[in-house]
Design a binder for this molecule. Structure first.
Ligand code: HEM
Length: 515
């Protein structure tokens, strides 16, 4: 028998490796991009870990154009004209394994959610029964919950800051507010962030730490599968569970027990109102809903809906405070409306502020400037391949659009894409405005577009007028504002002092009742 010499073996292995590298490189050779992206995903991990991936993505698109190869199988695309092809309303363009990394690993396996599932059948099974709850018509029925939480926010502001003029980070309070609103809407109870003015039980920090750990894994999902979502490995690792998942599970079982006894009048009343009671009702009447759906739905609400909304709120407040001209124009719009039509106090109603042009322009500009999710929203090219803006991609290729980059597409939004300019949403005909709106990727697009968009808009359109009409807010140092990004993109350092506005001059519609 002929012996394989070590030299021959080395040559064979080397040739095989060269062949693999060449094949990997060749696959998407026609798409420009950084050199290492042609053969490995390692660079993408480093981008995520740098905390500056939003800037890196913007720079590579500036350098290479609308199509950039970001990994052996992955392409980032920046032209908004591609949105309808890559994110269609019909099924058949599924999410990539990127999203699997976000699924909590519990003792029975992975807990899927509407946001994270790749399985389109499961997505339908989870989303269809509850989609109507998130329609604008239904969401406005939750306005009363936002008012309840605004009550607490105002009480705390008055008690802690308005009289003493002590400075504080408004961004932290907007986050507490967003979480407590979502808790109230979902379970009719708050976490207590506002009452205590702190991150109770370190829950918010734990969510951020979770994001920091998961974000690099999204770029190499096979490592996540081996290391984090593996039954054998998990036996040797300390058991950690998401603190939010624990809260969600506790509140759900409390409610289920109460509903089972169904004795008190209070329970019956609550059951008519919040998301949890509506979810329980849906499950009772729909046998196709799996038992774990309640946890998946409530978990989705809290995890997908709280921090993200806080990010947009911070962007609106920071930019209005840092641009006094904008703030003064908004204030004039609100008080002008109040003079003519009256505004409910202390918090204007949704019906009064849902359609104010300058408020809308400021919120649209904040949504454009600072999307909370800032890596490509990855999809897998289906069987038969697809042509995107004239470029063909074969089945299995991962394509994605990064909201941060798409929202800064110069030919669409103008040369000053990095600047705060709410006016870009005004002074144009309706058709142009609609085109701009459809070119913003902050809420995603198509079949997997954000389910909670109206919940977020309700909160934002309530809190912005409420705070500016009732308080004078002074931004102490615009330069202390900082952003950090893993996949989730958040800010800190909105240090302010506040005082109550002179009630006589600003309250023109005292008599209008609070909801
Ligand atoms: C300003 C606030 C928000 C932003 C910017 C935002 C952004 C997004 C984005 C970008 C997606 C799509 C992700 C993808 O395609 O990869 C998404 C999906 C989703 N969001 Fe939001 N979101 C916000 C608020 C909310 C709220 C308040 C809720 C719940 C009440 C929520 C629930 C969901 C759910 C359930 C999905 C999955 C939808 C599906 O796959 O069919 N979001 N969101």
């Amino acid at each position: 028998m002929t012996q394989i010499t070590p030299l021959a073996a080395s040559v064979l292995i080397l040739s095989y490796l060269c062949y693999r590298i060449f094949r990997t490189y060749w696959k998407l050779r026609y798409v420009p991009g950084p050199f290492w992206a042609r053969i490995t995903n390692l660079q993408r991990i480093l981008w995520v870990k740098s905390g500056k991936s939003h800037e890196i993505y913007q720079n590579i698109h500036k350098k290479y154009g609308d199509f950039v190869r970001i990994g052996p199988d992955a392409v980032s695309i920046s032209d908004p004209a591609a949105i309808s092809t890559m994110y269609p309303m019909r099924p058949g363009f599924p999410k990539s394994k990127f999203y699997r990394a976000f699924m909590p690993y519990i003792k029975n396996g992975l807990l899927p959610a509407i946001f994270t599932t790749q399985d389109e059948k499961q997505h339908k099974q989870l989303k269809s029964p509850i989609a109507a709850l998130y329609s604008l018509t239904n969401v406005v029925t939750f306005e009363v919950f936002v008012n309840d939480v605004l009550d607490i926010l105002f009480q705390e502001f008055d008690k802690r800051y308005a009289g003493s003029q002590t400075s504080f980070d408004l961004g932290d309070w907007l986050q507490y507010f967003a979480f407590d609103v979502m808790g109230t809407m979902t379970f009719s109870s708050r976490y207590g962030f506002l009452e205590t003015g702190t991150d109770v039980g370190g829950m918010l920090q734990a969510i951020w730490n979770f994001m920091l750990g998961v974000a690099p894994m999204t770029q190499i999902p096979w490592v996540d599968k081996l290391w984090n979502k593996n039954h054998i490995v998990s036996m040797f690792k300390p058991q950690t569970s998401s603190p939010i998942l624990k809260v969600v599970a506790d509140r759900t079982s409390e409610r289920q027990q109460k509903a089972a006894s169904n004795t008190t009048k209070e329970t019956k009343e609550v059951n008519k109102k919040d998301f949890l009671s509506r979810f329980l009702e849906i499950r009772e009447t729909n046998s196709s809903v799996p038992p774990w759906a309640i946890t998946a739905w409530t978990f989705s609400n809290v995890i997908a809906g709280s921090d993200s909304t806080a990010v947009v709120m911070r962007t609106v407040f920071y930019n209005l405070l840092a641009h006094p001209d904008s703030l003064s124009r908004l204030y004039k719009e609100l008080t002008g409306y109040e003079k003519q039509n009256g505004l409910s106090r202390p918090y204007p109603r949704w019906s009064e502020v849902s359609d104010l042009p300058y408020l809308d322009a400021c919120i649209n500009e904040a949504i454009r400037l600072h999307p909370p999710f800032c890596l490509p929203l990855e999809r897998v090219v289906p069987e038969g391949g697809v042509t995107i803006c004239g470029q063909f991609f074969e089945a299995g290729t991962i394509v994605g659009m990064n909201p941060y980059v798409v929202n800064r597409h110069q030919p669409t939004f103008g040369d000053d894409v990095d600047s705060w300019r709410p006016e870009r949403w005004l002074n144009h005909n309706e058709e142009h405005r609609r085109k701009l709106e459809q070119s913003v990727m902050t809420f995603g697009a198509g079949r997997r577009v954000c389910l909670g968009k109206y919940v977020a808009l309700l909160e934002i359109k309530k809190i912005v007028p409420a705070l500016f009409l009732n308080y004078e807010i002074e931004l102490l140092d615009p330069k202390s504002y900082e952003v950090e990004n893993c996949y989730f993109f958040r800010q800190k350092g909105i240090n302010v002092r506040i005082k109550r506005r002179d009630q006589k001059t600003s309250i023109l519609a005292q008599e209008s009742k609070k909801i």
